[in-house]
Design a binder for this molecule. Structure first.
Ligand SMILES: N[C@@H](CCC(=O)N[C@@H](CS)C(=O)NCC(=O)O)C(=O)O
Length: 228
């Protein structure tokens, strides 16, 4: 039996982009698992895996931490429906992983940080204010977010152009069927969706249409999750 430790916010929101990668990966494989919610200040729950971040999975007695390591592990242990289909597929996914972590997550964070802080569980509020405040150099999250939206939205949309060009030609980043590169970027978009009403994409953007397709996968798994 697999257990997934998943970041939890108020009202059972599940915002972690990295945990979403693991949830899409598990769904792709058709694997059953138990989802254990974990707040920022409950790190003792994942101490067994020697991790301070989620996702972490426990498969039987085996702990695996880090979303990329989880994808690689699942393909090794459950090779039936591969997430990383070939050497080139794996290399492409690795590229998307880095691009999503740095460019896309990095672009989204300042534009939703105020909403994120507002929706954290009350018991985790001090922790997120300290850690995210240190990252942006202020605790005035609302003003920071407002300015970031005014200055950053056009640049953020432009940064998605590599994905947009691919998605004009094909249904998914991975081709006709979704695979791990899609789950990486979809995980990233689940993060703002679960904490912020701010719309990052224009309705006629091919990335918007792709995001809708990702929300529909696995019987609407991601669409059913609590949104902002
Ligand atoms: N490289 C890691 C990043 C995981 C990560 O940063 N997770 C965040 C949640 S989105 C976390 O657990 N943060 C804990 C904290 O900020 O204290 C992965 O891909 O799993």
């Amino acid at each position: 039996m697999i257990t997934l430790y998943d970041l939890v916010f108020q009202e059972d929101r599940r915002p972690s982009p990295y945990c979403w990668r693991a949830k899409f990966a598990l769904a792709h494989k058709g694997l059953d698992y138990t989802n254990v919610p974990m707040g920022f200040t409950e790190k003792e729950k994942i101490a067994f895996a020697d991790s301070k971040t989620v996702p972490v999975i426990k498969d039987g007695e085996k702990p695996v931490k880090d979303s990329w390591a989880i994808a690689v592990y699942l393909d090794e242990m459950y090779p039936e429906r591969l997430l990383l289909k070939s050497e080139m597929g794996r290399s492409f996914a690795r590229f998307i992983n880095g691009w999503a972590d740095v460019v896309v997550n990095g672009g989204i964070f300042p534009m939703v940080v105020g909403d994120l802080v507002d929706r954290v569980r009350p018991e985790d509020r001090d922790y997120i204010e300290e850690s995210r405040g240190a990252r942006i150099g202020t605790k005035d999250f609302g003003s920071f977010q407002k300015q970031a939206r005014e200055k950053g939205l056009a640049a953020f949309r432009a940064s998605l152009e590599p994905a947009r060009r691919a998605l004009r030609e094909q249904k998914f980043l991975s081709g006709e069927e979704a695979a791990y590169p899609d789950y990486i970027l979809a995980g990233t978009f689940m993060w703002p969706r679960t904490v912020s009403p701010f719309e990052l994409l224009e309705a006629d953007d091919p990335v918007y249409a792709w995001r809708e397709r990702m929300l529909d996968l696995f019987d609407g798994m991601a669409r059913k999750a609590k949104a902002a």
